[in-house]
Design a protein around this ligand. Structure first.
Ligand SMILES: *Cc1c(COP(=O)(O)O)cnc(C)c1O
Length: 360
């Protein structure tokens, strides 16, 4: 993906203590964006790496040693008119708090985190670190569109014994992003690896949940696919998610189905928004168990959803060496139409009918 880590200067640092949460903004070392672009690679790397260094944070802690941490990801979209708007930051703050409770640590104050999210994007834009709207993105319905990516994450206090984090930080950084999946690649494959088990942490957006998907996705990419699809841990039969995206299938009976939010499914904000858009059109949306057999037999279109990808239509799924094609990538498909609507709202071409966009 075009996730080049190039942290923008302004970051937000929140910290929990016995007195509760406190937070401040920090301006890391920088020049103007034009001056930085003119630097030699070595000088620029040094400057940007300096912004990724937080000497006040302990290296040895429960996050770096045992994966006890969680995070969020959301985008500020350059608007077709002008300026930037964030997509549903309140939902990310709520999920971050829920993830932290799931990891048995003090939950972030949601309003404080929303202030950090909006504040970093605003302060960075004021000093020129932002993303300008490019009308060329409209050619592929913004699938290759850029954005300012906002990444809040938790980080524990120092410690070496296996312990819970009682006094976490929540750091929020910004970095530019462009398209997630390579344009033109739409083939997915099921994996026999297991992302999440019942009674586990699959519902939490935690660091440790990303280990298996990273391995499975690498295998899928090496085999020529763009995405790995996870099946349930018990039977290897029911669809759960993509490697870090929620899964949808439009069946031949015109019903749009997505796995219900049991404890192995991550409650995606894009998932939630796509359900709203589809129901608003009068489409029947079912949140329920969805087997790979049903998708292979009665699926017409499939797509995965997430902040990074938005909506990514799947042209085929290969399961146990059998390849099934779908019409998801066709111009007149529901997948393409939902993609255009979601991105149209996010990039300011369409009216924000559900009040999702927050001006920076
Ligand atoms: C973050 C994530 C998603 C997508 O969530 P969005 O809020 O739509 O970005 C889906 N699945 C997993 C496992 C995730 O971590």
């Amino acid at each position: 993906m075009a996730f080049t880590l190039s942290i923008y200067p302004w970051v937000h640092i929140a910290k929990y203590s016995d007195d509760g949460w406190t937070a401040h903004f920090v301006e890391k070392g920088h020049r103007t964006p034009a001056e930085e672009a003119a630097l030699s690679d070595r000088e620029r790397t040094e400057l940007v790496e300096g912004r990724n260094s937080f000497p006040e944070l302990p290296l040895v802690n429960y996050t770096s040693q045992y994966g006890l941490g969680c995070f969020e990801g959301l985008k500020a979209f350059p608007q077709k008119g002008a300026g930037l708007k964030l997509f549903r930051p309140d939902r990310n703050a709520a999920r971050m708090a829920r993830s932290m409770r799931g990891l048995m640590m003090p939950a972030i104050d949601e309003d404080l985190l929303v202030d950090g999210i909006i504040g970093t994007v605003k302060k960075n834009a004021e000093i020129g670190f932002t993303m300008a709207y490019d009308p060329a993105w409209e050619d592929d319905h913004w699938q290759s569109g850029g954005a300012v990516y906002v990444r809040p994450f938790s980080y524990s206090e120092p410690g070496i014994g296996v312990n819970l984090s009682e006094y976490p930080w929540v750091i929020t950084v910004n970095t530019p992003v462009t398209a997630y999946f390579d344009p033109g690649r739409h083939a997915a494959v099921t994996t026999d690896m297991v992302r999440a088990t019942p009674l586990g942490t699959g519902w939490i957006k935690c660091d440790s949940n990303y280990v298996i998907p990273t391995l499975a996705k690498k295998k899928a990419l090496d085999a020529g696919y763009m995405e790995a699809i996870f099946l349930d841990a018990r039977n290897g039969e029911n669809i759960e998610e993509g490697s870090s995206c929620n899964f949808f299938c439009l069946l031949d009976n015109d019903s749009l189905v997505t796995p219900s939010l049991e404890d192995t499914i991550l409650p995606g904000i894009t998932r939630e928004s796509v359900i709203t858009l589809a129901r608003d059109r009068g489409i029947t949306v079912e949140e329920r168990t969805l087997s790979i057999t049903e998708v292979m037999e009665a699926g017409r279109e499939c797509f995965v959803t997430g902040t990074a990808a938005g909506i990514a239509p799947l042209g085929s799924i290969t399961h146990h060496d059998r390849k099934r094609k779908f019409s998801s990538v066709d111009k007149d498909s529901l997948s393409t139409s939902l993609l255009k609507e979601l991105k149209g709202i996010q990039y300011g071409e369409l009216e924000d009918r559900f009040g999702w966009m927050v001006t920076v």
